[in-house]
Design a binder for this molecule. Structure first.
Ligand code: FEO
Length: 170
């Protein structure tokens, strides 16, 4: 039977991943409404990934004899000042997710739950990639500045990045 403190920490992470999925879905929708189809595609995909992270946790909790709680969520931010605003928010969101993942790992160690600790290592690695990707995107946004042509190319780049990932997952 799963340790109750670990179960609680994992269920808290379910909320965080679900909220991330909703937050990125709102960003995707905003980008789509503003003619930024590549950025929208990238963010829709990112939102799907967060849902997969949530599902991974839900299934693990249940498999270990715990009870996953599917949460109610607050409405995410739906309006943004622009592309920089979106990706600044995405990066700080991911930094916070990393912090929360580390909290779960901490609970696993305190409770000597090495099975869940092992399971959580996938999330630890995933966060390294997600933060690196978000930082890379922010660097590109800084380079573009207010250049509209640059934004157009950036949008196309993200579209290509999304279609590569989509093709990989087929
Ligand atoms: Fe599942 Fe982007 O954290």
């Amino acid at each position: 039977m799963i340790n109750k403190k670990v179960e609680k920490a994992l269920n808290n992470q379910v909320i965080i991943e679900a909220a991330s999925s909703q937050a990125y879905l709102a960003m995707a929708s905003w980008a789509e409404c503003n003619g930024l189809n590549g950025i929208a595609m990238f963010l829709y995909e990112h939102s799907d990934e967060e849902r997969q992270h949530m599902l991974k946790l839900v299934k693990f909790i249940n498999e270990r004899g715990g009870k996953a709680i599917i949460p109610q969520l607050n409405q995410p931010t739906n309006t943004f000042k622009g592309v920089r605003d979106i990706f600044t928010s995405l990066l700080s969101h991911e930094i916070n997710v990393t912090k929360e993942i580390h909290e779960v790992v901490d609970v696993c160690l305190k409770e000597k739950d090495y099975t869940t600790h092992n399971f959580m290592q996938w999330f630890v690695s995933e966060q390294i990639e997600e933060e690196a990707l978000a930082r890379n995107i922010m660097d590109k946004i800084e380079l573009i500045g207010n250049d509209k042509g640059g934004l157009y190319l950036f949008d196309r780049d993200l579209e290509k990045l999304s279609s590569v990932t989509n093709n990989d997952s087929v």
